[in-house]
Ligand binder design. Structure first.
Ligand code: ADP
Ligand code: MG
Length: 420
């Protein structure tokens, strides 16, 4: 439970041009967001793919790459027809840096990386202030930006969704990782008691719930496949909740079941199955495709197995794979419902009801994921569970980051930096 130093909800009136840099898990994105007030905005963005090497090389090099992409983006978007910069001499653009890994923050533009998650492992970064590291890269490439805020994607999603629809009280991410954020009363946040922040203020909390039950493994029921995913990961013991839910792991869980059945001689007898034997080759997107296959013959599943893994399947096997995908996807959604229910209970949102802004490829692309979360909420709360409704969130890592950069600017101009 990490205090984010994002104070309260946006007014919806925030306006102006803001840059956002999103270091997500799979992609790197640079966005230019124009906030128009009245809960409206426009956005231009460019995506850059991150390589596995970049995720594990020197951390400073990773931030240098972010800075290079940012520079290219600014050169492209702030140049006139004759190739001259449209920025005034000395002008800098405000930037929100969406860095979606657990950080201890002392103020909005500071963040000490606690640990890498989602398969990242860049060197000499854990324990250091990533805002500072990124600022060094910005200086090195002489980029005309001022980094005003460092933001977790969940917090960004919370703020962006509330900007557009103030009924939103909770945000959840189901992407490479899994996490949530909500707004807490400052008086109830023990961790920041000593800072003397105004008791009536509110602050967003980044739950980092992916880490729930890490190491102890006391609460979450795990299968032997989950244990293998954990033990063979680059961070054994960590992110216990996330490993049962997020896009990075669901395909791998299914692959491990298949591999066990291959070893037992139950599946693909006499076929060469080496293509299935590499960890993480079975993408979570395949589970989506398998579950949405509309044909009786399950032609989509034939396609996945022949095309990507060069094995022939029988109809019975395909039906089994589909049932397996359903179990894995359903469990992920229902466990997520437990997390949402915990926040709803803590904050007393059940009677009044609230919206939950949800984002990430798993939520947006996995068929029936939202319905399964809702089913879970009704199982937990009974009929009142219907008051808690998830919806596709606004782009938190881009737009949310920009809104937070705007909120921070207003606060700074009013002399309320770093705290209220
Ligand atoms: P990020 O976590 O980098 O912000 P996303 O929200 O796009 O990015 O999530 C990426 C994760 O979503 C990957 O782990 C990938 O396996 C998974 N994913 C991508 N496409 C799909 C899909 N169609 N169905 C289910 N999961 C998907
Ligand atoms: Mg994301």
């Amino acid at each position: 439970m990490i205090p984010t130093f994002v104070f309260g909800w946006p007014t919806g009136k925030e306006s102006g041009d803001f840059l956002a840099l999103d270091l997500g898990g799979t992609n790197l994105r640079v966005c230019l967001v124009t906030l128009q007030g009245e809960g409206k905005f426009e956005m231009t963005q460019t995506k850059y793919r991150l390589t596995e090497e970049q995720k594990h090389d020197e951390g400073q090099k990773l931030f240098d790459f972010c800075a290079e992409c940012l520079k290219t983006f600014i050169d492209t978007n702030y140049t006139d027809g004759e190739g001259k910069s449209t920025l005034k001499p000395g002008e800098t653009l405000p930037l929100g840096f969406t860095f979606s890994y657990p950080c201890v923050q002392e103020r909005i533009d500071h963040g000490e990386l606690i640990r890498w998650t989602k398969g990242f492992g860049a060197l000499n970064t854990e324990g250091r202030d990533v805002a500072e590291m990124f600022r060094n890269s910005i200086a090195k490439y002489e980029i005309p930006v001022t980094m005003t805020a460092i933001i977790n994607d969940t917090t960004g999603t919370l703020i962006a969704s509330s900007y557009v629809n103030p009924k939103t009280k909770i945000a959840v991410i189901f992407g490479t990782g899994c996490n949530a954020a909500y707004m807490e009363n400052v008086k109830d946040i023990e961790k920041i008691k000593s800072l003397g922040i105004d008791d009536k203020a509110q602050m967003a909390i980044n739950c980092e719930w992916g880490a729930f039950d890490s190491f102890e493994h006391e609460h979450l029921p795990r299968t032997k496949y989950d244990v293998t995913v954990d033990e063979t990961s680059n961070k054994p013991g960590e992110q216990a909740f996330e490993k049962l839910i997020s896009g990075r792991y669901l395909g791998e869980i299914l692959r491990l079941v298949i591999c066990e059945l291959i070893d037992e001689g139950v599946l693909f007898l006499g076929q060469d199955t080496y293509k299935l034997e590499t960890p993480y080759v079975f993408e979570t997107a395949f589970l989506s495709l398998m579950e949405s296959d509309p044909t009786d013959e399950l032609l989509m599943i034939i396609g996945i197995f022949t095309h990507f893994f060069a094995v022939e399947t029988t109809l019975a096997e395909r039906q089994f794979f589909r049932a397996l995908a359903m179990l894995i996807g359903r469990r992920a959604a229902r466990l997520s419902a437990c997390g949402i229910a915990a926040i709803v209970s803590k904050m007393g949102y059940l009677d009044e009801g609230c919206l939950v802004g949800a984002d990430g490829s798993l939520y947006n692309k996995y068929p029936g994921f939202a319905e399964r979360v809702h089913e879970g909420l009704i199982d937990i709360f009974g009929d009142k569970g219907r008051n808690i409704v998830t919806h596709h969130a606004e782009d938190g890592s881009g737009v949310g980051s920009a809104i937070i950069a705007a909120m921070t600017k207003v606060r700074r101009d009013a002399g309320l930096y770093p705290n209220v």
